[in-house]
Design a protein around this ligand. Structure first.
Ligand SMILES: [Zn+2]
Ligand SMILES: [Zn+2]
Length: 194
C-alpha cells in the first residue's frame, strides 16, 4: 500500500520542488530583516513583513503569487531622518529549473489561477538543484518597490547645507549670512571642517 503524502506548507522560505504537493499550497510566513538581507538604502523591516502567497506547479515552472505586507523604515533623502512606510508589495514570480524551457506565452494554471498571464510575470528565478528560494525573490521585489525619492513627507524641508540644521525642526542664519557675505559663509564652512 502506498502511503499518501500529507501536504504541509513548508516552514521556511526555501524548499524543494518535489516537496510541493500536486495541488500546491498556501504559505503564510513572517519575513525578518535577516531573511532578506536588505541594505540601509533598501529599507529596514520594522518587526517582520507578512508573506501570504500561493505556490503552484505549472508546466513552465513553479509559480508563486502573493503579497508581502508590513512596515518598512526608510531614510529620508532630504533630512536623513527615519520614517515608516506601510507597504503591500505584490509578489509574483516563476521559478524554473535547469530542465524547464519557456515555450508558451502563458503560464498554464488551474481555474483559480487563470488570471495569471505569463506576460504579467516579469521575474523569473532559477531554481538550482530543484530548490525554490523565495527569499531571493522577496528581496528583489522589496528592492524594486523602494521609491527612488524617499521622503519622510512630501514637503520635507531638508537640512541646511552649511550647518546641518533640520529645517523641519528649526531654522538657522546661514542663508542670511550667505546673502550678505559669501566670504564669511565660506570661512564658516572651512572652520567647521577643521
Ligand atoms: Zn525628511
Ligand atoms: Zn544653516
Amino acid at each position: 500500500m502506498v502511503k499518501k503524502k500529507v501536504s504541509i506548507a513548508p516552514t521556511s522560505l526555501k524548499f524543494l520542488v518535489q516537496d510541493i504537493p500536486h495541488e500546491g499550497f498556501h504559505l503564510s510566513y513572517d519575513v525578518s530583516q535577516d531573511d532578506l538581507e536588505l541594505t540601509r538604502d533598501d529599507g529596514r523591516i520594522s518587526g517582520t513583513l507578512h508573506l501570504d502567497c500561493d505556490v503552484h506547479h505549472s508546466p513552465e515552472g513553479v509559480c508563486v503569487k502573493g503579497t508581502l505586507s508590513g512596515t518598512v523604515i526608510r531614510e529620508c533623502v532630504r533630512c536623513l531622518g527615519d520614517y515608516q512606510e506601510l507597504v503591500v508589495i505584490p509578489c509574483l514570480g516563476l521559478f524554473q529549473g535547469d530542465q524547464t524551457k519557456v515555450e508558451s506565452t502563458t503560464v498554464v494554471l488551474d481555474d483559480e489561477w487563470s488570471d495569471v498571464g505569463f506576460e504579467q510575470i516579469e521575474e523569473i528565478y532559477p531554481c538550482q538543484d530543484e530548490r525554490v528560494e523565495l527569499d531571493i525573490m522577496l528581496r528583489e521585489q522589496c528592492i524594486l518597490s523602494t521609491p527612488i525619492q524617499r521622503l519622510c513627507r512630501s514637503d520635507c524641508r531638508g537640512l541646511c547645507q552649511h550647518c546641518g540644521t533640520n529645517f523641519n525642526q528649526s531654522s538657522c542664519a546661514c542663508a542670511d549670512t550667505m546673502n550678505f557675505s559669501p566670504m564669511v559663509a565660506a570661512l564658516q564652512q572651512l572652520k567647521k571642517k577643521l
